[in-house]
Design a protein around this ligand. Structure first.
Ligand SMILES: *[C@@H]1O[C@H](CO)[C@@H](O)[C@H](O)[C@H]1NC(C)=O
Ligand SMILES: *[C@@H]1O[C@H](CO)[C@@H](O)[C@H](O)[C@H]1NC(C)=O
Ligand SMILES: *[C@@H]1O[C@H](CO)[C@@H](O)[C@H](O)[C@H]1NC(C)=O
Ligand SMILES: *[C@@H]1O[C@H](CO)[C@@H](O)[C@H](O)[C@H]1NC(C)=O
Ligand SMILES: [Zn+2]
Length: 966
């Protein structure tokens, strides 16, 4: 899945929004809600009474430990082919008012271990009784003795099985065919086979679409719904005239038929390759499309007709070919399918989903309008396409056996998405941005005692919500970071050689992480790379223990040491490696880059080359290729800060950003004083590059969150205004504010300059944004604000303005035709300082007609990031938790992001108390996928309280002194 599903630009600066860290939302709240009904579903299957669709509800004495009580399939049956026909109804049933789909499925499986029991996943499907009186029929496939008779059939809701008990055993190595006829609801719940609604010219349109990953294929048809249960799928979709059906395979034909007296179209598809159920996809829509071909591969982009007509798919179409080519080269393996479809959906919970051959996206992540989209939209489109296409091989062709290794799949795609996007847009230097967008982001989460290792034991990840929780920032961003480190230390050539060997060896199969290490090890051997251990030795330390080290270089002695980096001390955290890592260190001195990689293998070692004298400084972790922080002796820090002030170009760009980020985080961990961290920002008045600025803004955001409701606020604003004014004047003089600069990251920094200058009260900036917004209000159909600057201008104008600006923004949001513009408005509306408006806006998040469910979480957390909205947003979540939690299920609210978002500022004893009470009060309702987020919030609040106590006075003093000297 694609991680970046959020509608808010990452480059908003200090006025901006705290993004839920990569938060790929966790799923499956419903299953938790359902588990409350456990009592009745714990029961073993009762033979059905012939009424077919009734669920077994006979309570039996618990605890039972029957095969159907286990969440993992037994290893007795292996599917080979499915033949599935599905008919989604895009108009509601006149009597029940439900949107439904009907279907039939025939699955051919092989018995590999004798059994009298068939367990196959099925969730929320109602079955039509077969002639035999049961929910399914069973026949022998490919000759052999007749299949045993079915003795009983039923559904187990808790573990999501269709269960068939047989009168006799299935024979080992014999194939059988299980046939079913069923009905499901085409709900608007964004999971399984679901419906998505949107308005076109005032008319409600419905799309039937799917999101199977991780465990919702079973909601579309009965299937062995585990990633290792690969099979070939023959899909047929029945749909109304005027609509088009798509699936993983290419359409092979569409015929007219009459079904139940209805004239319909029936589209068949080429059988799929052998693949996992979670990668299946079906869509029925009246979308438009554009297409091209690349060396025999058909590439199509689908979207709402209006979006296609407005050329919003062109950018995606133009980068897809180069990205596919890049990956074919990189993996040394041809694209495995004859076609590559990508489709933009108005309602999509995740950023995107890599269904094999039919990738789905949120509209904002696929569509790009050259006239109205921002630079950020363009980068997002390129990187998310690259992420999803990377999965076509890594993930889809070769699939991890189980969900405990989601990190390898998602971390890998996240890492190589930068390489693919770099191929499509070589001038962007997009590869550098991984440091800001993944590494810094996940450092923050992984420095908490509540973090977790990348990989967990297979048997600890079985419940649907445990599986859902694997899709977090650790998996995506830390995964990407450690794989980037591995590629760097092996060299890219050796890395891709091992990778290609792995992909070709396991094509169409399943693997565990160690399989990749073994193939990389082979490449290491072939190329004579010298390492301090095997690839597995090195990687186990990064994968099996949580957190990361801080490396301390003492340049007075040459002693280098490592320690687990934690924001607050937490004794007795277990680790199989005692929190020691094998650490590759690239480093330099004032006199130049050291050629060889140096390994820190023990807790403490001596490197006499790192001992310095005089002006000479040492800088370690060049370009942050290593997943760790660096600390130095006081003298070296001062020399580095001095170097930044004297001539910052002597320090590589990424490391300038890193010095800031390391210093701020070392300060957070009380290893250096806060004022020391603040010293690293002073040079920014001379800095024009985006990456260090963004790093500083991200870190200053913590200061704003902690201090903008205190007396530090004024002096802090004065200081930041003095830092940003030269940057503002730089852009004012070079590009002005109706044009944008040439360079990709300069475009971002122009936005930073504008939003920070305005939010810190630079009058000239505020006059500018207010007048730009006024011009738009005066002529609503003619928005002359440059798309890149829109979010910053809207936010600043809404913050400075009153109800008129807000109402105008809301009207524009309601009628926005472009998703990206709607997103900006939605975000900018949270910038108002008017509490009444903020309250009204919050109430809209529970009204899907006002704010789409997929956007509700972000609106609430954005309001919480506004200092006027903090209390309101928290109060809102507190008051409505039961309602939100029970009424909004799968794919609506991202509970984890919601909890972390509304509690980010928490820094007082009173807020801690409220959080504790909140946890107690709702322990019965539960928190589902937000459980971890809630514990993290408690930990973070305590740390914040301590931080304020220890730092507020010094920081106030420091800001005040800076202002005096400016
Ligand atoms: C399935 O059956 C249940 C119980 O009879 C019913 O409430 C539900 O509406 C049915 N679902 C569909 C899609 O027909
Ligand atoms: C690419 O694949 C071909 C054929 O499978 C193989 O001969 C060649 O060595 C591979 N190249 C690399 C760089 O792995
Ligand atoms: C690391 O420590 C171990 C045991 O203390 C020692 O045997 C080894 O030589 C050390 N390695 C280095 C490179 O210092
Ligand atoms: C910003 O640019 C505008 C247009 O060139 C100019 O009029 C204005 O004086 C500039 N502002 C400053 C403070 O230099
Ligand atoms: Zn992914």
């Amino acid at each position: 899945m694609g991680a970046k599903g959020f509608f808010i630009s990452k480059a908003v600066g200090v006025v901006g929004i705290v993004l839920g860290a990569g938060a790929v939302a966790t799923i499956i709240a419903l299953s938790v809600v359902y588990s409350q009904e456990k009592a009745k579903t714990d029961a073993p299957v009762a033979p059905t009474d012939g009424t077919g669709t009734t669920l077994p509800t006979v309570p039996t004495p618990a605890p039972s430990n029957e095969p159907w009580d286990k969440y993992r399939l037994p290893e007795s049956l292996v599917p080979e082919t499915y033949t599935v026909t599905l008919h989604p109804r895009l108009i509601p049933d006149p009597i029940t008012k439900l949107y439904i789909f009907t279907g039939t499925s025939h699955v051919v499986f092989k018995c590999v271990k004798e059994t009298q029991l068939i367990l196959i996943h099925s969730n929320k499907l109602n079955y039509t009784k077969a002639l035999n009186g049961f929910l399914a029929t069973l026949t022998t496939e490919g000759g052999g003795a007749p299949a045993p008779a079915i003795k009983s059939s039923g559904l187990v809701e808790k573990t999501q099985y269709l269960v068939l008990q047989l009168s006799d055993s299935l024979v080992k190595d014999q194939k059988y065919k299980l046939s079913t006829t069923f009905t499901g609801e085409l709900a608007d719940d964004l999971g399984g086979f679901y419906r998505s609604e949107y308005l076109e010219n005032g008319v409600k349109k419905i799309v039937a679409t799917t999101q199977m990953q991780p465990t919702d294929a079973r909601k579309a048809f009965p299937c062995f719904d585990e990633p290792a249960m690969k099979a070939i799928f023959h899909i047929t979709l029945v749909h109304a005239h005027g609509t088009r059906a798509l699936s993983n395979g290419m359409e092979t034909g569409t015929t007219d038929q009459t079904i139940d007296g209805m004239s319909v179209q029936v589209t068949t598809f080429e059988p799929t390759k052998k693949m996992s159920t979670y990668l299946l996809a079906f869509i029925v829509s009246d979308f438009g499309f554009i297409q091209t071909t690349l060396e025999g591969v058909l590439i199509r982009i689908f979207a709402r007709k209006a979006a296609i007509d407005a050329n919003q798919g062109e950018y995606a179409l133009s980068v897809t070919g180069p990205i596919l080519k890049f990956f074919e080269n990189y993996y040394n393996a041809t694209y495995p399918l004859p076609k590559s479809d990508q489709i933009a959906l108005p309602d999509f919970y995740f950023g995107a989903m890599e269904n094999w051959g039919l990738v789905m996206y949120r509209e904002t992540n696929l569509l790009y309008d050259p006239l109205t989209s921002s630079n950020r939209n363009r980068e997002t489109t390129a990187t998310i396409i690259a992420h999803e296409l990377a999965h076509m091989w890594f993930g889809n062709l070769v699939t991890l056996k189980w969900w405990n290794e989601v990190w390898l799949n998602e971390g890998f795609a996240s890492y190589v998405s930068y390489l693919g996007a770099d191929k499509a847009e070589p001038s962007w230097r997009v590869k550098d941005l991984i440091v800001l967008d993944d590494i810094h982001r996940v450092f923050a989460v992984d420095a908490l005692a509540s973090s977790h290792p990348l990989s967990s034991p297979e048997d600890s990840i079985v419940l649907p919500h445990q599986i859902g929780e694997q899709f977090d920032a650790i998996s995506y961003s830390k995964g990407a970071a450690v794989l980037r480190m591995l590629s760097d230390l092996l060299s890219e050539k050796v890395f891709v050689q091992g990778l290609s060997s792995y992909l070709n060896h396991f094509a169409h199969g399943n693997t565990v992480g160690t399989d990749l290490w073994e193939h990389l090890q082979k490449a290491v051997k072939l190329n004579g790379v010298v390492l301090p251990g095997t690839v597995q030795d090195i990687m186990n330390r990064w994968v099996l223990q949580m957190g990361f080290p801080v490396v301390t270089v003492d340049t007075t002695t040459g002693i280098v040491s490592q320690e687990h980096f934690l924001l607050s001390p937490a004794p007795n955290l277990p680790s199989p490696y005692n929190y020691e890592w094998l650490i590759p260190i690239r480093w330099m001195k004032l006199s130049g880059l050291q050629k060889d990689l140096w390994w820190l293998m023990n807790s403490t070692e001596v490197n006499m080359d790192m001992k310095t004298a005089g002006d000479e400084w040492v800088l370690a972790n060049i370009d942050v290729t290593g997943y760790y922080r660096v600390h130095y002796d006081r003298g070296n820090w001062e020399k580095l800060i001095g170097q930044l002030k004297a001539d910052h170009q002597a320090i590589p760009l990424i490391n300038r950003a890193q010095l800031v980020d390391d210093a701020f985080n070392l300060a957070r961990a009380a290893i250096v004083p806060s004022t020391h961290a603040l010293q690293t920002t002073v040079y920014l008045s001379a800095e024009r590059e985006y990456i260090p600025w963004q790093s500083a803004l991200d870190n200053m955001q913590y200061y704003y969150l902690m201090l903008d409701r205190t007396d530090v606020y004024g002096p802090m604003q004065d200081y930041m205004r003095s830092l940003v004014t030269p940057l503002y004047l730089h852009f004012n003089a070079t590009s002005g504010w109706t044009n944008v600069p040439e360079g990709h990251t300069d475009k971002y920094n122009q936005v930073n300059a504008l939003s920070l200058a305005c939010s810190t009260g630079l009058k000239e900036c505020q006059n500018l944004t207010t007048s730009l917004f006024r011009q738009w209000m005066d002529n609503a159909t003619h928005n002359t604000i440059h798309p890149n600057l829109r979010l910053a201008v809207y936010c600043s104008a809404v913050a400075a303005g009153g109800a008129a600006e807000w109402e105008f923004g809301w009207e524009q949001f309601k009628y926005a035709t472009l998703a990206s513009d709607a997103s900006r408005l939605l975000s900018a509306l949270t910038c108002t300082m008017n509490k009444t408006l903020l309250e009204r806006f919050l109430s809209y998040t529970l009204q899907p007609a006002m704010i789409r469910k997929q956007d509700a979480t972000t609106v609430i957390t954005s309001i919480a990031s506004n200092r006027e909205g903090q209390d309101l947003a928290w109060g809102f979540v507190r008051d409505n938790w039961n309602y939100i939690y029970t009424q909004y299920g799968v794919g609506s609210f991202n509970f984890a992001a919601l909890i972390s978002g509304v509690t980010t500022r928490f820094s007082t004893a009173e807020e801690l108390q409220q959080l504790v009470e909140f946890k107690q009060k709702h322990s019965a309702t539960g928190f589902g996928s937000a459980e971890l987020a809630l514990n993290q919030a408690l930990e973070r609040t305590q740390a914040n309280i301590l931080w304020l106590q220890q730092n507020k006075q010094d920081v106030l003093q420091w800001f005040t002194n800076q202002t005096l000297t400016h």
